[in-house]
Design a protein around this ligand. Structure first.
Ligand SMILES: *[C@@H]1O[C@H](CO)[C@@H](O)[C@H](O)[C@H]1NC(C)=O
Ligand SMILES: *[C@@H]1O[C@H](CO)[C@@H](O)[C@H](O)[C@H]1NC(C)=O
Ligand SMILES: *[C@@H]1O[C@H](CO)[C@@H](O)[C@H](O)[C@H]1NC(C)=O
Ligand SMILES: *[C@@H]1O[C@H](CO)[C@@H](O)[C@H](O)[C@H]1NC(C)=O
Length: 304
């Protein structure tokens, strides 16, 4: 139990320091509202404009009903209601007067995101949580309770909840093969490899970084995040990865340790990848995090 808390905490830690959701204006979605895939009214924004919910274009001219970071040039999907059944252009999402929340496919088939009658309004919150609330502002449904592939600040995985990676990065958002499961016994279960990739993504806030900036700062083909992190470590310039974030820089040692844990998890030789138990201990600080052998060799080569 304690172990799982540590892990969740670590997932959220840097997401927290990298996001500032300060505004408090409201953008309530009233009953009777609707949006249409492929139209100019295809999403609802959070008051700060950081997140939006609506129709997210994917390949083949199709759309997912989902939530994405809206302020980044590369808008990144963090949640979706229909990842395995994309919608056609012209499909709609309605918050009808009866309080349901419905995705209506172009062919008329209805997919109920919420099939109750208690909703009196909805809100895309600044932290990325889409919330349906009743007339006394009690939450009747929130996207944070149904994570798909991403955990955001303030979103806590409950027992029995699971996340699945995407089938193919940002090409295919359907349910992939890596699963993160918080078992009923409180253990988080995940292969170290997929955790490593996720950890690097989260602590480096890769999704928050303008791709153009990465191109400027990195040497040629370092656009793959792990490669970039490794090459920064070899040149002893890891700060560059998070140099846009003073808060992370002020606790740089912790960032460095987490980055190293991420690299252990994706170590080319699977036998040397740590168990998730060890990963948790490393993140906790109860187990020392050494430098992975290959990396050590490369650093040495570089210094000679
Ligand atoms: C978008 O929706 C708003 C309110 O729901 C409406 O006032 C506006 O005319 C719509 N715009 C378009 C282009 O349909
Ligand atoms: C309508 O389209 C949706 C989305 O592609 C699909 O899941 C559903 O089976 C279709 N319904 C019918 C009746 O063809
Ligand atoms: C939605 O709720 C109604 C009323 O409770 C029920 O009859 C219907 O089967 C539900 N539809 C789905 C798709 O769950
Ligand atoms: C993922 O998408 C890329 C780009 O379309 C493609 O080249 C690659 O083969 C895909 N990978 C898998 C595993 O489908």
């Amino acid at each position: 139990m304690a172990a799982s808390k540590v892990l969740v905490w670590s997932l959220l830690l840097f997401a927290f320091s990298l996001s500032s959701f300060a505004q408090v204006t409201t953008n309530t979605i009233e009953l009777g509202s609707s949006i249409t895939a492929g139209s100019s009214n295809s999403s609802w924004q959070s008051p700060s404009g950081d997140f939006a919910f609506g129709f997210y274009p994917v390949v083949n001219g199709q759309f997912l009903a989902g939530i994405w970071f809206d302020k980044m040039p590369e808008r990144t999907l963090v949640w979706s209601a229909n990842r395995d059944d994309p919608a056609q252009i012209g499909s709609t999402i309605n918050l009808p007067l009866n309080g349901q929340f419905v995705l209506t496919h172009l062919n008329g088939t209805e997919f109920f995101i919420y099939n109750g009658t208690h909703t009196s309004s909805a809100l895309m919150r600044n932290n990325g949580n889409l919330v349906l609330q009743d007339s006394s502002s009690k939450i009747v449904l929130q996207s944070f309770d149904f994570p798909t592939d991403t955990v955001l600040l303030g979103q806590v995985l409950a027992m029995g909840q699971e996340l699945y990676s995407n089938a193919n990065g940002s090409v295919d958002y359907s349910t992939g093969q890596y699963r993160l499961l918080l078992q009923m016994d409180g253990n988080l279960v995940l292969s170290a490899f997929s955790f490593g990739v996720m950890l690097l993504e989260i602590i480096c806030a890769r999704r928050h970084i303008d791709l153009n900036r990465i191109k400027e700062e990195s040497e040629e083909d370092d656009l793959l995040l792990p490669d970039w992190v490794v090459s920064c470590m070899i040149s002893r310039n890891l700060e560059i990865v998070v140099r846009h974030d003073p808060e992370v820089l002020s606790d740089f040692e912790r960032f460095e340790r987490m980055a190293m844990v991420g690299l252990w998890c994706i170590y080319p030789d699977p036998i040397l990848r740590p168990s998730m138990n060890k990963v948790v201990q490393m993140l906790e600080g109860t187990l020392e995090v050494g430098i992975p052998p290959l990396l050590q060799d490369q650093i040495q080569m570089c210094n000679n």
